[in-house]
Design a protein. Structure first.
Length: 234
């Protein structure tokens, strides 16, 4: 139906769809997980002489990366760079996410270096993606180093950053470090969510300490109701 709308713009209204029109529909397909339809429209754009923009490319790259196709996403980036599209930090962050999901940390490092070579400054989202990738691969030393660098640059971690680190430490059996970060998280005004507490609960369960920890925290002030349900339901 969306493709028919684009065609009708030309045949009925007399206004051929432009890059923005195509990019909007392509992004819709990407959000719906329709990779084939998104690619077909992407190719149709090229045949009509329309040059994709960064928004178009990032939408398709994001879908490729979510489906474990980071290598294909990088090929698309190379193709677009050859056509004169200048990638920004969000494009590289998307690729970093994709490569970290398939455990290719060497490619993640390569993306970081390419960013720096192009004069792009990693932002909080970029650092969070890098930290998530390290944590996902069990590289907690590297994750903490990136976290400390993030703080030194004055960038503010969010729920995702802290939860990734907490989850990584829990899986590594380093519960003291996990709870220290939990304390820091509260100290900067970020209230942990269910995902955060699930990570902590899983870590405690693996060490057989959940019951003891619950007994020591009968005063649940500041915990959201659904978060405490996560504790008591286990």
């Amino acid at each position: 139906m969306a493709r028919d709308f684009l065609r009708n713009m030309d045949s009925v209204d007399g206004f051929p769809p432009d890059v923005i029109s195509y990019s909007t529909v392509i992004d819709g397909y990407c959000q719906a997980g329709e990779l084939q339809k998104a690619y077909e429209l992407f190719e149709e754009m090229g045949k009509k002489g329309l040059k994709p923009n960064k928004f178009t490319v990032n939408s398709i790259m994001g879908l490729l990366c979510r489906n474990g196709l980071a290598v294909e996403a990088e090929r698309l980036l190379v193709q677009m760079v050859n056509q004169g599209i200048v990638p920004d930090s969000s494009v590289y962050t998307t690729l970093m996410n994709g490569f970290s999901k398939i455990g290719d940390l060497s490619a993640v490092y390569r993306m970081v270096n390419e960013m720096k070579d192009k004069g792009l400054t990693p932002d909080a989202v970029t650092y969070t993606s890098l930290i998530c990738g390290f944590c996902r691969c069990g590289k907690m030393f590297e994750a903490n180093r990136a976290f400390q660098e993030m703080l030194r640059k004055g960038l503010k971690p969010d729920h995702v950053t802290y939860t990734a680190l907490i989850d990584g430490y829990c899986k590594d059996g380093r519960m003291h470090d996990a709870f220290q970060l939990h304390k820091e998280m509260l100290g900067v005004g970020l209230l942990p969510n269910v995902v955060t507490y699930t990570a902590l609960a899983d870590g405690l369960c693996k060490q057989g300490k959940l019951r003891k920890h619950r007994a020591g925290h009968e005063d649940h002030g500041g915990y959201e109701k659904n978060q405490m349900h996560q504790w008591t339901a286990i």
